[in-house]
Design a protein around this ligand. Structure first.
Ligand code: 3PY
Ligand code: MG
Length: 257
């Protein structure tokens, strides 16, 4: 009897809470370091981070070497890059600025094989990393790789229930900086403001009611605790740039520098 593979999808679907690191620096070995430090997953950011396809290719390998689950955030509207990230072995795609059902359908098309979507065949790197022959990879790929639609605007909130209802959308992932900025009409970036926190709680409730996963980008530990209390099973906490800077400042402060 073969033991079922432990994937990010299987862990989240079994009710586990996953805290992921966020990788902005295009330095692949950082993925392994963060996974070995205890993060269960690492998200490689191609939207605002410095990652490109080459660093994502090496970064995914590095996260897997550290025992973590690799995720990728492609740039806005780069649905072809979402497909490519999965082909390179990402277990999840976190697609930014999914503001409509049409955007969500484009995400499904890029990330799921037919008939659910229109992902093109060629997952050779992903299958090798998973230790699977291509037919075995194919048979479980739509279930084992996750498509998260980022909810970051009032338009996305308006379309949320329709987005959640789409076959192939595994979950939503809240970008609270953009969500706060657009909720308050460009006045301030205020992810921990009341309006944004209320919207985040509402998104978690609606995702749960729809039987979908939900993730939240957290700006600090308090924010992550609030997200856990709202029922988010996936929380991003800790950007590599911030972790290095904070560690360096703390070290220097400890010797009075
Ligand atoms: C946001 O908060 O808008 C994000 O996209 C987090 O990276
Ligand atoms: Mg954003």
């Amino acid at each position: 009897m073969t033991t079922p593979r432990v994937t990010l999808a299987s862990r989240l679907r079994s009710g586990e809470t996953i805290v992921t690191a966020w990788s902005s620096l295009a330095v692949p070995i950082l993925g392994e370091l963060m996974a070995r430090a205890g993060y269960k997953a690492v998200a490689l950011d191609m939207q605002h981070g410095m990652h490109d396809v080459a660093s994502v290719r090496e970064g995914i390998l590095s996260v897997v070497a550290g025992g973590g689950h690799p995720m990728v955030r492609p740039p806005v509207d780069e649905f072809a890059t979402a497909s490519r990230a999965l082909d390179l072995g990402a277990e999840a795609v976190i697609m930014p600025m999914v503001n409509s059902v049409d955007d969500a359908l484009a995400l499904v098309a890029a990330t799921k094989y037919p008939p659910m979507g229109a992902r093109s065949w060629g997952p050779h790197r992903a299958a090798t990393l998973a230790g699977l022959q291509p037919p075995a990879y194919f048979s479980s790929a739509n279930a084992d790789t996750l498509a998260f639609a980022m909810i970051e605007t009032p338009a996305a909130l308006e379309a949320l229930d329709d987005i959640l209802a789409l076959d192939g959308i595994d979950g939503v992932f809240v970008g609270p900086a953009d969500l706060s900025l657009t909720l308050n009409n460009g006045t301030a970036v205020d992810p921990k403001g009341e309006a944004c926190l209320e919207a985040c709680a509402d998104i978690a409730r609606r995702a749960r009611a729809a039987g979908r996963l939900a993730g939240l980008f957290c700006i600090d530990a308090d924010h992550a605790r609030a997200g856990m209390a709202m029922g988010y099973p996936l929380l991003a906490l800790g950007i590599d740039v911030g972790l290095v800077t904070a560690g360096a400042m703390e070290m220097l402060k400890s010797i009075g520098e």
